[in-house]
Design a protein around this ligand. Structure first.
Ligand code: ZN
Length: 378
C-alpha cells in the first residue's frame, strides 16, 4: 500500500551529490502483459547504461548507477503485479530504494537527476482521497485510514464507561444514566480532539463516521465546523461484529458517491464556462489544442475514452490527425491513444486531471477542460 509517509519520504529524497534514478512503467497483470513489462524494464534500464560507464562521472556515481540498474531489474522481476504502474526511486550509493504501485497507468520513462522525478506519481495520486473513518461506540473510537483501495487501523481510543447502565432500578437509574451520558460526552470530546489533530496535519481529505444508528448522530453533533466540512457521510455498523472488510466496503461506497458527485460538478462547471464564454474547452479537438499550448488548469476525461491521434515530439503538440505539426512543421508521430498523451501532458504542465466515471454529458465529447487563458484560434 502506498501511504502518506511513503509519499512524504519520496518527496524528501535527494542524491546527496549522487545520481538518483526515477523509473515509471505501466503494468498489465496478465501473462503476455508481464512479458512485455519485463522487456520494457530491460529496455529502459539499457537507456541509462551508458551513464553508468561514463568516465566523466565520478567513480562513486558510476558505481551507484550500476547498482541501481542491477537492483531495479532484479526487484521488478520478483514483484507480483497489479494493473496500474510501478514507480521506482533508487540511489544505491545512499542506500535509497523506494518502489510504489500506482493505481493508474503512467507514461513509461526513466530519469536520472539529483532529485526524484515525482510529478507523474503526484498526478496519479491527486485523484484519490485520503479518508479518515472513525467507528464510534460507547467508550471506544476506532480510527481508520482509507486510501486508494487499502485500509489500515491507526489507533483505538478507549474511555471509561459504566458497564451495565440499566442494572439499577427506580430513582438510581436516572443517576446512572446521567453518569453514562457524561462519560460518553467526555469520550466524544476526546475523540474529536484526536480527529482535529489528525486533520490539522493535512493527512486527510475526507471524514466518514460509522457506528450504531443511535450513536452516530449524537457523535456528529460534537464535530466542530472544520471537521463537519470534511464529513461526507455516515453508516451503520456494529463495531463488535463488523470485519475490517465490511468497514472498508462501506467507506468506499461513501467515497465513491462523493467522487462521482464532484466529477459531475466539474463537468457542469466546464459546460457552464463554455456557455458563458469563459476560458474552457469542450470536445477532444479543442482540448488537445488547449493542452498543446499548456493552457489546461483542470482536465476532465471520460473514464472509457480512447482515441488514436498524433503528437509532435519537438513541442508536444497533440491532435487527432495530421502529417506535419502546425506549430513547427516537423512530421507528426502516430499514437494509439492520444487521450493518454493528453493526460500526461497536462500533468507535466502542472494541471489537474480528473477521470469522469459516471455517465455525464462529457461522454459524447470525450474530454473537456477549464483553462488558464483564452485560446488563440487554431
Ligand atoms: Zn511541433
Amino acid at each position: 500500500m502506498i501511504t502518506q509517509d511513503q509519499v512524504d519520504r519520496i518527496l524528501r529524497l535527494n542524491g546527496n551529490g549522487l545520481p538518483l534514478v526515477s523509473l515509471y512503467i505501466p503494468a498489465e497483470p496478465d501473462r503476455t502483459g508481464r512479458r512485455a513489462f519485463l522487456t520494457r524494464v530491460a529496455s529502459l534500464l539499457d537507456r541509462i547504461q551508458p551513464l553508468a560507464e561514463d568516465r566523466s562521472l565520478e567513480h562513486a556515481a558510476r558505481l551507484s548507477l550500476r547498482e541501481d540498474i542491477a537492483k531495479i531489474g532484479k526487484s521488478l522481476e520478483e514483484e507480483p503485479h497489479r494493473p496500474g504502474a510501478v514507480a521506482v526511486f533508487s540511489c544505491s550509493g545512499n542506500g535509497v530504494y523506494e518502489q510504489v504501485w500506482l493505481p493508474r497507468s503512467t507514461r513509461e520513462r526513466i530519469v536520472v537527476d539529483a532529485d526524484p522525478y515525482v510529478r507523474p506519481m503526484l498526478g496519479v495520486l491527486d485523484e484519490y482521497y485520503r479518508t479518515c473513518a472513525v467507528i464510534v461506540d460507547k467508550g471506544t473510537g476506532q480510527v481508520w485510514e482509507h486510501y486508494i483501495d487499502e485500509a489500515r487501523e491507526l489507533e483505538t481510543i478507549r474511555d471509561r464507561t459504566l458497564r451495565k447502565p440499566n442494572y439499577a432500578a427506580g430513582f438510581a437509574e436516572n443517576r446512572v444514566r446521567n453518569k453514562a451520558d457524561e462519560l460518553s460526552k467526555r469520550h466524544y470530546r476526546r475523540l474529536v480532539g484526536e480527529l482535529k489533530q489528525l486533520f490539522g496535519t493535512g493527512r486527510f481529505d475526507l471524514l466518514v463516521v460509522g457506528g450504531h444508528s443511535y450513536e452516530v448522530p449524537v457523535f456528529t453533533e460534537f464535530l466542530p465546523r472544520e471537521l463537519r466540512d470534511r464529513l461526507i457521510g455516515s453508516f451503520t455498523v456494529d463495531r463488535e461484529t463488523a470485519t475490517p472488510e465490511d468497514i472498508k466496503q462501506k467507506v468506499q461506497e461513501l467515497v465513491s458517491d462523493h467522487a462521482h458527485q464532484e466529477q459531475r460538478q466539474l463537468v457542469g462547471e466546464i459546460l457552464e464556462a463554455k456557455a458563458a464564454r469563459r476560458p474552457s474547452a469542450v470536445g477532444l479537438d479543442e482540448t488537445l489544442w488547449a493542452a498543446s499550448l499548456a493552457a489546461i488548469r483542470t482536465l476532465a476525461v471520460d473514464e472509457g475514452a480512447v482515441a488514436p491521434g498524433v503528437v509532435c515530439d519537438r513541442d508536444g503538440l497533440l491532435a487527432r490527425s495530421g502529417k506535419t505539426c502546425p506549430l513547427c512543421g516537423e512530421p507528426l508521430r502516430e499514437v494509439p491513444d492520444v487521450i493518454d498523451e493528453l493526460t500526461q501532458s497536462v500533468i507535466d504542465d502542472g494541471g489537474d486531471v480528473r477521470h469522469i466515471e459516471p455517465e455525464t454529458e462529457l461522454r459524447a465529447h470525450q474530454a473537456g477542460a477549464l483553462l488558464r487563458f483564452e485560446l488563440p484560434p487554431q
